[in-house]
Design a protein around this ligand. Structure first.
Ligand SMILES: [Zn+2]
Length: 447
């Protein structure tokens, strides 16, 4: 079984080009560790052939860790340290210029390097700045978090790191493989993170004492991976993991917490064991499918937040009903090969998933839950972007009816809010909640 067979199901995909690519990863002490780490892990999962690391303060340790990870998922990725070839080293520059396909790292204006980029664009991501540049035969891509509104920027913004790492990887793949779906769209565009206006009431994720994640697949893996770097996880909330699936070989091209030795094991158990190793002990694995909205109550569990990382509409509709019935916030993510989306439903404040995505109608139209063999499956970078946007939404909650936060590789804007499909006046999510009721756990206080 080829680990990366699944992404070959994407129309026009050329794994050979991914396998022969070499990426130079330029970092420095200011680069958020999660950004570097998730970019490298995502590259290994995708099947990038070679990664050369330059400027990292602990290159050997990082390479050792990445090499063991590559071995554990039976990837043949090669890692090289280039710390002896600094950016000022002419020899190093020659190597980089002519042998590397791409770069990823802190800001260095491509035009200042004599690279003659054909196109450059700048985007702002809520305190972060992304610089994209391309010039034949090499491309440069740089990220910087030092610009922008300092108040909205914090080192613990794990979602932003995941989002940027996934965005970088996706742009690289976009340059590598001329997929029909994205060849007609502009190569680069200004990336403008939607500015959320003042929110009517604070939503404080740190107050969450327990959360339930339904779906432990690709988005779930990256969500938990990112959450480990969020202040919420430092408080060790109870985490209930719900999934009836087992780890398969074909998962090892995107599900970052699983390795070859987990194949055949239940996903929730494998994830629980991994989290235990990483120091998160309060995790309960529920190896079963969520079959009805009262699922958690029937087990005597009362999570403060529901997190939906599902690959089918039917269960998503059940989770939405569960959130409406219990008055719980619901964080949802989704992805396909070219796009990702995230939405946070806050009772009394934002539209629910049914009003945002016509969930019940989609569930009825769904013949069977999507399988891993479905055409045009999601891929690791859109999974990372979805999880990153979910975490970002948790930190930057939406105002009423702002719609889905969406990332689309085929659009020049890349990121934005999608219009709501419907605004059902009769939906329970339209009811205002009483003043003084805490959003995060209105369930436990009202029942
Ligand atoms: Zn609704």
């Amino acid at each position: 079984m080829d680990r990366v067979n699944r992404q070959r199901l994407i129309s026009g995909w050329r794994q050979g080009l991914v396998a022969s690519a070499s990426i130079d990863v330029l970092t420095d002490s200011c680069t958020p560790p999660l950004l570097t780490e998730s970019f490298l892990l995502g590259s290994v999962l995708l099947g990038i052939g070679q990664l050369r690391i330059l400027g990292h303060p602990h290159t050997e340790t990082l390479i050792g860790r990445m090499q063991s990870y590559a071995d554990a998922i039976q990837s043949s990725a090669r890692f090289l340290a280039l710390n002896d070839l600094g950016p000022d080293n002419e020899q190093g520059e020659e190597n980089l210029r002519y042998r590397a396909d791409f770069r990823h790292g802190p800001p260095t204006e491509p035009s200042q390097q004599g690279e003659s980029p054909t196109r450059t664009a700048w985007g702002r991501l809520s305190g972060a700045r992304a610089i994209w540049g391309i010039g034949a035969p090499s491309a440069a891509m740089a990220l910087d978090r030092s610009e922008g509104d300092a108040s909205s920027q914090s080192d613990d913004d794990a979602g932003l790191s995941l989002l940027l790492a996934g965005a970088c990887l996706s742009e690289i793949v976009r340059l590598l493989i001329p997929l029909p779906a994205w060849t007609d769209s502009p190569l680069f565009g200004p990336i403008q993170f939607p500015a959320d206006p003042e929110t009517p009431r604070p939503y404080i994720p740190e107050q969450i004492e327990s959360l339930a994640m339904i779906g432990a697949g690709a988005i779930g893996n990256w969500f938990v991976f990112g959450l480990l770097h969020d202040p919420l996880a430092q408080k060790q909330p109870h985490l209930f993991l719900v999934d009836d699936d087992e780890v398969q070989w074909s998962n090892l091209n995107r599900q970052v917490l699983f390795t070859a030795e987990n194949v055949g094991q239940s996903k929730v158990t494998a994830m629980q064991e991994k989290l235990d190793l990483l120091g998160w002990q309060r995790v309960q694995a529920l190896h079963r499918r969520m079959e009805h909205p009262q699922f958690f109550q029937s087990l005597g569990l009362h999570p403060d937040l529901l997190v939906s990382c599902l690959d089918n509409w039917r269960t998503r509709a059940l989770v939405n009903d569960a959130a409406l019935e219990a008055g719980l916030p619901l964080l949802n993510g989704g992805s396909d090969p070219y796009s990702a989306n995230a939405h946070l439903y806050l009772p009394g404040r934002s539209a629910c998933l049914n009003c945002t995505m016509k969930l019940r109608q989609r569930a009825e139209d769904e013949v069977a839950p999507q399988s891993c063999a479905a055409a045009d499956p999601s891929v690791v970078f859109t999974n990372m972007i979805a999880a990153g946007m979910m975490l970002w939404q948790l930190r930057h909650p939406p105002k009423m009816d702002q719609g889905l936060l969406a990332y689309d590789l085929t659009l020049s804007e890349r990121i934005g809010r999608m219009e709501l499909f419907s605004r059902e006046e009769t939906c329970r999510c339209r009811r205002p909640i009483a003043a003084g009721v805490e959003v995060k756990n209105s369930y436990s206080k009202s029942v």
